[in-house]
Design a protein around this ligand. Structure first.
Ligand SMILES: *[C@@H]1O[C@H](CO)[C@@H](O)[C@H](O)[C@H]1NC(C)=O
Ligand SMILES: *[C@@H]1O[C@H](CO)[C@@H](O)[C@H](O)[C@H]1NC(C)=O
Ligand SMILES: *[C@@H]1O[C@H](CO)[C@@H](O)[C@H](O)[C@H]1NC(C)=O
Ligand SMILES: *[C@@H]1O[C@H](CO)[C@@H](O)[C@H](O)[C@H]1NC(C)=O
Ligand SMILES: *[C@@H]1O[C@H](CO)[C@@H](O)[C@H](O)[C@H]1NC(C)=O
Ligand SMILES: *[C@@H]1O[C@H](CO)[C@@H](O)[C@H](O)[C@H]1NC(C)=O
Ligand SMILES: *[C@@H]1O[C@H](CO)[C@@H](O)[C@H](O)[C@H]1NC(C)=O
Length: 926
């Protein structure tokens, strides 16, 4: 008994002591001096979201947010002030040197704050015990202080992604031999040509090195390096412009992650890369690597991520890839791979992302891909694949979220009872076979965010479930099919909606506040636009930016509700039966960049309120009954690129102010009743004069500029060579002036010859007289010239024989005389194109020049006269120049043009798709 009591007492005492001990430990509080230092530090900061509210004089500083103390001594060891989540506003302000009083600080993390315009304090170099310093993403700028080289205990240093950090040299880093993790991403190291040798020889413990976006353009590493422990090497987003050197594979067999993406690396991927036996991630995307994929890649058996996309790699996918059994991501997209997709990819059971898009792969889609049960993304789009994809082979892919088969020739062969296990989010099936039946399997897909089924052969009534089903979709494109149905009573809620080129009918549907792009062009929509579409349901702030209902059967007038649609940037109501005057309220559309009301029955004058729409780049009011004079403010619209007013009843003259339109690429005011002379300042029109060149900067034109908006692009019908043609992608290349069929008189101003970028010039059917300007031949790109039905006299200038792209010429019905200059082009036109000029002679017209020689000699001495041998010489040169010009001129030859714009289209589609999806995902992540 006694023993038992004693034992119990002992146990009790023991536990009391333990508890006391515990309490004592708990009561280790922070040092006064350190608390005051922290308070002074806080005092210097601005803390808008009060994340430091727990820092108050009365409390134990060891319990403050972000402060950690040693549990025995109570001294501050760690200060971690990185914001907890994105709801918090960042700290900014001044970093007080009072931090130096935290003598035992080993870890300091100020990342993701906002110390803009602040230098990294040099006193950080005196915090001797620091082993961990993270100042990334915090807006620091200026020179990195050398004093950081005094932190000889430092193991982790992250200065990545600040605003404008600079170094004068890297010598201070060589004094940090314990460093295991170094991140200088975003620091300009361009001048430090010796960086690799310097780091590798002085930092033998380094495990991770991140130098993303450091302006590095070479690696000078001639000797053996000392990076014997390196696991992570990230040199992405630099300008490295050599081959993948074989020494990379000597680098270290410890390397786990190698990222050289977005550089300018060239040559083939060396076989020897397989020496990096522990590699898990290999990222070489976005370089200029060429050649075939080395078989040896298949020996990297730990590889989990292999991204070689956006290079120019050729040949087929090696069968050795089937040995990459740990692979989770395989991205070979945007290369020039050919051959078939190996069946053996079915062995990659861990694969989650398979991207082979935008190559030249042929054959069918192997059924073995259907056993990749972890697959989340499957992208085979933009290939030459063909044949049916059987529903059975895909239905087990229960984790699939992204299916991309756009622009392949495959046909999705599923019946109406197909119920796949997946729930897709991204369904991209444009230009591949789906129809003729509407795909009913979509009905069970309840997570779709993006659906594109444009040009997929669907010829069916849109089922009634469909309109409800799409309410949750963000991006919908079912254009270019034969889908029918009355859409009067549907409600649209997606941000981007493209129903164009189908057989929809009824009145305009209602749209929710979410809709940004609504394209219903080329259907059979009828009824008025004003009510209910424009004028009812206005109790919301709508986002509509693009409205295209062109080529439908709308009737009535434009209404007066435009004040409610002020986000509109592109409005296309062309080719309908709309009528009445253009209302003043159109002037509320101050963001408007394009206004197309062509081919309707509008009458009256252009409302003066339209000058409020000062962003306008594109105006098409052609083929209406508009009258009155051209308003003078129209010549002051500084962004105007396309002005098409053809076939109206405009009168008055064209003023000199027209020449202010320096961005203009299309001026088509043909077929009106304009009078007066052609302004003699045309040379001031910069774009027409070739001072802003498409070929110098194609990207600017394709994506940043022009008429693109979110999958939407304007088109324009022009009459460049006597026939109507629709321009869309290639519109940006057009340079055109068409003043034909007016009452213009006077001479053709010689300044016109300065328009060296002009491709199409039509001045026919006016009352112009005088001579053709002498150096017209300097308009090197001219493809079409029509001066017919005027009173132009004199000789055809010799310089016109230099117009080697000229493929349409009409000089008929003038008073021209003399020999037609010799060149392939001028002689290749039929005599008819010179008809009605009785005094012209020489081929191709019948008149013999010797007969008219006397006339000739009296008029002009020798201009234009060459003997026959010269004629044939001229022909050879002209032919060659003309032929090769075809592919530069683009408009010349239909096949060539088609191929080129098919290419542009494909490019655009891809850029677009990847861009949108990226943005959406980023949003989803936050
Ligand atoms: C004190 O800190 C050390 C090291 O951080 C830790 O291992 C130990 O468990 C802590 N003791 C108490 C009682 O929290
Ligand atoms: C590699 O490091 C060792 C010591 O860590 C040093 O002696 C040697 O000189 C270094 N090698 C090179 C090439 O710098
Ligand atoms: C790679 O290492 C081997 C053995 O250490 C050596 O013989 C060879 O020269 C090295 N190659 C390069 C390019 O450094
Ligand atoms: C896959 O690896 C095995 C074992 O290393 C090897 O024998 C085989 O040839 C490899 N397969 C291919 C297709 O390279
Ligand atoms: C409309 O779209 C929004 C945003 O995508 C969504 O939150 C909302 O539920 C949708 N409305 C209906 C009626 O489905
Ligand atoms: C209009 O749509 C039909 C298909 O519905 C298509 O064949 C035609 O090319 C389209 N026209 C235009 C101008 O896009
Ligand atoms: C040339 O112009 C005349 C008069 O305008 C016209 O009758 C003729 O059809 C035109 N020729 C061609 C090839 O367009």
């Amino acid at each position: 008994m006694a023993v038992q009591y004693v034992t119990q007492a002992l146990v009790l005492i023991f536990s009391i002591i333990t508890t006391l001990n515990f309490i004592v430990c708990m009561e280790v509080t922070c040092n006064d001096k350190e608390r005051n230092a922290l308070l002074r530090f806080k005092h210097g900061l601005s803390d808008p979201s009060k994340s430091l509210s727990s820092w108050s004089a009365a409390d134990d500083c060891c319990r403050w947010m972000g402060v950690r103390c040693n549990n025995m001594t109570g001294r501050v060891m760690e200060l971690d002030l990185t914001p907890l989540d994105f709801e918090y506003m960042e700290l900014s302000g001044e970093i007080s040197p009072s931090l130096l009083e935290l003598k035992y600080l080993i870890r300091l993390d100020l990342s993701l704050n906002y110390f803009v315009h602040t230098k990294i304090p040099s006193f950080f170099g005196s915090m001797e015990r620091l082993t961990y310093l993270d100042l990334s993403y915090s807006g620091f700028m200026g020179l990195i202080p050398h004093q950081l080289g005094n932190l000889s205990n430092l193991k982790y240093l992250n200065l990545g992604y600040n605003y404008a950090l600079q170094i004068d040299n890297l010598d201070w880093i060589t004094k940090l031999p314990s460093l295991e993790h170094l991140d200088l991403s975003g620091v300009d190291l361009y001048n430090e040509t010796n960086w690799f040798e310097l780091l590798s020889n002085s930092l033998p413990s380094l495990l991770k090195l991140h130098l993303e976006n450091c302006q590095l353009d070479n690696i000078e590493a001639t000797r053996k390096t000392n990076f014997t422990n390196l696991q992570v090497l990230d040199l992405s987003n630099n300008n490295l412009n050599h081959e993948i050197l074989s020494w990379f594979s000597n680098l270290s067999t410890t390397l786990v992650q190698l990222d050289l993406s977005s550089n300018i690396l060239q040559g083939e991927i060396p076989q020897i890369i397989s020496n990096l036996q522990n590699l898990k991630t290999l990222e070489l995307q976005g370089n200029q690597l060429s050649g075939a994929l080395p078989d040896s890649l298949g020996r990297l058996k730990h590889l989990e991520v292999l991204d070689l996309s956006k290079n120019t790699i050729v040949h087929s996918i090696p069968t050795s890839f089937s040995n990459l059994s740990s692979l989770r991501t395989l991205n070979l997209g945007h290369n020039q791979l050919n051959g078939t997709i190996p069946k053996s990819l079915g062995f990659l059971r861990n694969l989650q992302v398979l991207n082979l898009g935008a190559n030249s792969l042929t054959g069918g889609i192997p059924a073995t891909l259907g056993i990749l049960s972890n697959l989340v993304t499957l992208d085979l789009s933009f290939n030459l694949l063909e044949g049916p994809v059987h529903g059975k082979s895909l239905e087990k892919l229960s984790k699939l979220k992204e299916l991309r088969l756009s622009s392949t020739n495959v046909f999705l062969n599923v019946d109406s009872s197909w119920t796949p296990l997946f729930q897709l989010e991204y369904v991209l099936l444009s230009s591949c076979g789906i129809g003729p039946k509407f795909p009913s399997w979509l009905k069970m897909q309840s997570s779709v965010k993006v659906l594109t089924m444009s040009n997929s052969g669907i010829s069916d009534l849109a089922p009634s479930w469909f309109w409800n089903w799409i309410l949750q979709i963000e991006f919908l494109d079912i254009s270019n099919n034969f889908i029918s149905g009355d859409i009067s009573n549907i409600y649209l809620n997606s941000s981007i909606i493209n129903l164009s080129s189908n057989h929809f009918k009824g009145r305009l549907p209602s749209v929710s506040a979410n809709v940004e792009v609504l394209n219903i062009a080329n259907n059979s929509i009828s009824g008025p636009i004003s009510s209910p579409f424009l004028c009812e349901r206005l109790n919301f702030e709508n986002k509509l930016t693009v409205l295209d209902v062109s080529n439908n059967l709308l009737s009535g007038n434009l209404g007066h509700c435009w004040i409610h649609w002020q986000n509109l940037m592109h409005l296309n109501l062309g080719r309908n039966n709309l009528s009445g005057e253009i209302p003043n309220s159109i002037g509320f559309l101050s963001e408007l960049e394009s206004l197309l009301l062509d081919d309707n029955d509008f009458y009256g004058s252009i409302p003066s309120t339209l000058q409020n729409c000062s962003m306008l780049k594109f105006i098409d009011l052609g083929n209406n009954k508009l009258s009155d004079t051209l308003p003078s403010w129209i010549w002051e619209m500084q962004y105007l690129m396309v002005l098409r007013l053809r076939s109206n009843e405009f009168k008055g003259s064209i003023t000199q102010k027209m020449c202010q339109l320096s961005s203009l690429i299309v001026l088509d005011i043909a077929n009106n009743s304009l009078s007066g002379t052609i302004p003699n300042c045309l040379n001031e029109m910069k774009t027409m004069a070739g001072e802003d060149d498409f070929f110098a900067n194609p990207l600017k034109y394709n994506y940043g500029f022009g008429f693109n908006y979110n999958n939407y692009k304007e088109s324009l019908v022009l009459v460049p060579k006597g026939d109507e043609l629709e321009y869309r992608d290639n519109l940006i290349l057009v340079r055109m002036i068409d003043l034909s069929s007016n009452n213009l008189f006077g001479t053709i101003p010689p300044q016109i010859a300065k328009l060296s970028a002009l491709r199409f010039l039509n001045l026919s059917q006016n009352s112009l007289y005088g001579e053709i300007p002498n150096d017209m031949g300097k308009m090197k790109l001219l493809e079409s010239l029509d001066l017919s039905l005027n009173k132009i006299s004199g000789q055809i200038p010799q310089s016109m024989s230099d117009l080697s792209f000229l493929s349409f010429l009409n000089l008929s019905n003038n008073n021209l005389s003399g020999r037609i200059p010799t060149s392939t082009q001028l002689q290749s036109f039929e005599a008819l194109n010179y008809a009605g000029n009785p005094q012209l002679c020489g081929p191709p017209v019948m008149n013999n020049c010797t007969k008219m020689k006397q006339v000739l000699e009296r008029g002009n001495s020798d201009a234009g006269f060459v003997d026959t041998s010269d004629f044939y010489v001229g022909m050879g040169v002209g032919f060659a120049a003309g032929f090769w010009g075809v592919c530069i001129a683009i408009f010349f030859n239909r096949t060539c043009r088609h191929a080129y714009f098919h290419f542009l289209d494909r490019l655009k589609d891809l850029v677009y798709e990847t861009f949108v999806l990226k943005v959406r995902r980023t949003i989803a992540v936050f």
